[in-house]
Design a protein around this ligand. Structure first.
Ligand code: GLU
Length: 460
């Protein structure tokens, strides 16, 4: 059997990390089994759906590396198809027209509640033989008895008595299909074999199975992954550092880090933490999905990101840092960035921070701001050392990191000084910062002329 999975976002917001994780799981399952991964935009809610969100979701999918098979499906373009399927249910007696007003339906629910039963529609219009008309909806005729049982990939066996289920609306008064109807029609038409989604949808699944049965469609395998919660096990929120995928991209996270992080948040393979995409495709077969909610841990995400940053080849990393520098106003060739990366890659946790750290190399000496902490080193003695060193560096026959290192150490030794008297003032002068890579490396990267300008500026 060919495995077909799908991801079905509603374009009412950017792709959030919870949705991103669902998409990754569905993608992995399809890729593992050499099947298909389909993407469907659930945009029937015309007031809340926005093209900009569809665009943003697609961009995030691409950024995460999740390619999809076949054309994109837009539910908004399939309204006639849904109505044709609803007609089929009307013809076979699995659905009926209903003219009860929302107030009447609410009153029925109230009666059920008062009896201690599940609030639901009482079936008043089931046998009234109504036909289409203004203000009317189409409802599903739920069987009088029986149980809906399914084996969830994550939660195990789930069983619901049909008496718990409502004669749900399939077609609204405005002719629009409801979510459950559209999803079942689409999943069937798209040949979906495995529906993996967030467990906020688990209560919809028995209703959808009723529809599969009414249509006589084969029921797919379902899996409902628990929500991601905050480190405090409360509902995940921005406060916990959880945001839209696009925000992580803008912050300079590497997509591999986010994919790795999100997969581990809900799936495990022994106690392995780091997985390449290739490895994930090899290992992810839909087993070992956790049934309890995982807590979002921003520190672990940071750790993973630093790992991927360090393991990205420099030319590739330079190309990734470049747009971040551009955003900061520095249009720099990738080779220049690449040359600086060895000094900074161990120090930065994301691309934005890396770009920020490199800006000091691209601004003219006059624009270099010396941070408060770095000012301390520019005391009387510091300035004196700088002016002596300025002339020595100007006279060096060969200007290189190695030669600079030797020069500085000899200078300290011969003068009976401490390196503390030389390194910090130089660093302040060259970078404006109190911390950073070795000063001889920094000078070599800046070049002799620029280094001397900065040293002279700080000495005076
Ligand atoms: N469109 C639904 C959502 O964004 C998902 C529906 C589904 O996966 O069945 O929550």
């Amino acid at each position: 059997m060919k495995i077909v999975t799908r991801f079905a976002p509603s374009p009412t917001g950017h792709l959030h990390i919870g949705g991103g994780r669902t998409a990754i799981f569905c993608w992995l399952l399809a890729r593992h089994f050499g099947g298909e991964f389909r993407l469907r935009i659930e945009d029937t809610d015309a007031t809340r759906s926005k093209q900009e969100y569809t665009d943003s979701i697609l961009a995030s999918m691409k950024w995460l590396g999740l390619d999809w098979d076949g054309d994109l499906t837009y539910q908004s373009k399939r309204l006639d198809i849904y109505n044709a399927y609803i007609d089929r249910l009307l013809e076979t007696g699995h659905a009926y027209w209903c003219d009860c007003t929302p107030e009447e339906v609410e009153a029925m629910r109230e009666v059920a509640r008062a009896r201690g039963e599940k609030p639901r529609y009482n079936g008043k219009c089931r046998d009234r033989g109504l036909t289409a008309g203004p203000g009317r909806v189409v409802r599903l005729r739920v069987p009088d008895e029986g149980r809906i049982v399914f084996n969830d990939m994550v939660k195990g066996t789930i069983s619901v008595d049909v008496s718990e289920l409502d004669d749900m609306v399939l077609r609204r008064t405005d002719g629009m299909p409801t979510y459950n109807l559209a999803v079942v029609v689409d999943d069937h038409d798209m040949g979906v074999t495995h529906v993996l989604r967030g467990d906020d949808h688990v209560s919809n699944t028995p209703k959808q199975i009723l529809l599969y049965n009414a249509f006589g469609f084969e029921v797919p395998t379902f899996g409902h992954v628990p929500m991601i919660c905050g480190p405090d096990h409360q509902k995940l929120s921005k406060r916990h550092g959880a945001r839209a995928v696009i925000e992580y991209e803008q912050d300079g996270l590497l997509p591999q880090a986010l994919v790795n992080y999100l997969v581990r948040l809900g799936w495990s393979h022994g106690d392995q933490e780091i997985f390449s995409l290739k490895e994930l495709v090899e290992l992810f077969d839909g087993n070992n999905l956790n049934s309890s909610p995982a807590a979002f841990d921003p520190e672990k995400l940071k750790w993973l990101n630093a790992h991927y940053l360090r393991n990205t080849p420099f030319p590739q990393l330079a190309a990734m840092v470049r747009p971040f520098l551009e955003k900061l106003g520095y249009d720099v060739p990738a080779e220049k960035i690449e040359a600086l990366l060895p000094m900074y890659v161990e120090r930065a946790s994301d691309l934005a921070a890396l770009a920020q750290a490199l800006t000091i190399y691209f601004k003219p000496a006059e624009e270099l701001v010396i941070e408060e902490k770095a000012m301390k080193a520019l005391n009387e003695d510091g300035k004196h050392q700088l002016s002596v060193l300025h002339d020595m560096i100007a006279d060096m026959p060969e200007f290189s990191a190695e030669a600079l290192d030797t020069l500085l150490h000899e200078y300290v030794e011969k003068g009976g000084l401490k390196f503390k008297q030389v390194g910090p003032p130089l660093r302040s002068a060259l970078t404006g910062l109190a911390g950073g890579p070795s000063v001889h490396d920094v000078m070599a990267a800046l070049g002799r002329e620029e280094s001397l300008k900065r040293i002279a500026r700080a000495a005076n």
